[in-house]
Design a protein around this ligand. Structure first.
Ligand code: DQA
Length: 145
């Protein structure tokens, strides 16, 4: 039987991880995180499909696609769209595929505008504040669903 598929969707500015405010987000690049996830997914008998876009509509399309492709779960780090996007809130609520919110930093310990999460209001659960490890913890949570 084919491995269960986990979509890992990343939003705006996360393509610059490693360069972008490393004191907040760490020195791992998105490719480094993808490699960590691949290793862990192999141990868990899962497959990961990791993507990044700076465009909100791509993330909406990929959430719909995750359901159409029968993904087991979606890990979603929507970046700043987390705090602004009713479209992502609606998209998450529009699919049955469970979505796990992921953040490298802990938005609740940062500026007030990061305290509201449209993604978190619709997601199955949230993991934030553990750097690249947030993604691995979320993958473990997805495996247990
Ligand atoms: C982030 C937190 C968001 O507030 C921010 O806009 C990001 C990254 C994180 O992973 O810590 O782009 O999602």
């Amino acid at each position: 039987m084919a491995n269960k598929l986990i979509y890992v969707l990343n939003g705006p500015n996360l393509n610059l991880l490693g360069l972008r405010e490393p004191e907040i987000y760490g020195s791992d690049t998105l490719d480094d995180i993808a490699a960590l996830l691949e290793d862990r997914a192999g141990e868990l008998g899962l497959s990961v499909d990791m993507r990044q876009s700076n465009h909100e509509g791509h993330l909406v399309d990929w959430l719909h696609e995750a359901q159409a492709e029968g993904a087991q779960a979606v890990l979603l780090n929507a970046g700043a769209f987390t705090h602004t996007s009713v479209a992502l809130y609606d998209a998450i609520r529009s699919i049955r595929t469970p979505v796990i919110e992921v953040h490298l930093s802990n938005p609740h310990a940062r500026e007030a505008f990061r305290h509201k999460s449209y993604v978190g209001m619709a997601a199955k659960g949230s993991i934030a504040g553990f750097g690249a490890r947030s993604y691995l913890l979320a993958l473990d949570a997805a495996a247990a669903l």
